[in-house]
Design a protein around this ligand. Structure first.
Ligand code: ZN
Length: 239
């Protein structure tokens, strides 16, 4: 089976369109979204409609929680909190219910999918030592995909030694475990402003992709919606 794994779309319609065009070329059997479909950007309903319409298997992230009213964005920074509450006022009833009903993790035959970390959907895995604490929680599966940090990265554990895989295309080796973040579609924070995702062939191959999109249009819409300027500015920085 070939999967496309996407994450952290954050209401960025332009980035989502660009990614899905590339995904169509790969022709995966299934597309999986690790959560945070909404929050930050100007097109929450359009993005949720696409995920639903294409039967993409999605998880629920912390921004989906806040926007759908499952939680309050108390621990968000000011711009993120305003965007979450703005999104809450914009979401249709149907889309709000859809987001609220998503699971926050999912196990598949050969891999698992979480928003933040296997131990906690709100935890950020930002380092090899952070990853090391999570490898014991994969339920025997060799691969776990996580999002939340908006940074494309692969942590690998072989014989209890954890390192970071530098390659963008690599084999999944038997006897090793992997914690893999596809990066963010709608708000990358790893220094590359292009939208990010990956493909996973469960016979043992990962490939990361970066896709350019109309950043200026996404920025203009954020400003026109009255959302904070920083949310527009950061898109061209990839931070
Ligand atoms: Zn996010």
């Amino acid at each position: 089976m070939i999967y496309a794994v996407i994450s952290d779309i954050h209401s960025n319609l332009e980035a989502l369109h660009a990614i899905l065009k590339k995904v169509d070329e790969i022709r995966p059997h299934k597309v999986i979204c690790l959560g945070d479909i909404v929050g930050y950007g100007a097109n929450p309903n359009e993005c949720v409609d696409i995920i639903r319409g294409k039967n993409i298997i999605s998880l629920r992230g912390n921004h989906d929680n806040a926007a759908s009213g499952l939680s309050e964005p108390y621990n968000f920074n000011a711009a993120a909190r305003r965007a979450a509450l703005w999104t809450r006022t914009k979401l249709t009833d149907e889309n709000r219910k859809y987001l609220a009903g998503l699971p926050d993790e999912r196990g598949f035959e050969n891999f698992m999918a979480v928003h933040g970390a296997p131990s906690d959907p709100d935890r950020y895995i930002l380092s090899e030592s952070g990853a090391e604490e999570e490898f014991g929680m994969l339920g025997g599966r060799p691969v776990c995909f996580f999002g939340h940090t908006h940074r494309a990265v692969t942590y690998r554990m072989c014989k209890n030694y954890v390192d970071t895989v530098k390659e963008k295309v690599f084999p999944v080796e038997s006897g090793c475990s992997y914690l893999i973040n596809p990066g963010s579609v709608g708000q990358p924070r790893d220094g590359d402003p292009q939208a990010s995702f990956l493909s996973y062939d469960d016979s043992g191959r990962i490939e990361f992709y970066r896709v350019g999109y109309d950043i200026e249009l996404a920025q203009r819409k954020i400003l026109e919606a009255g959302l904070d300027e920083i949310l527009a500015a950061r898109l061209s920085l990839g931070r």
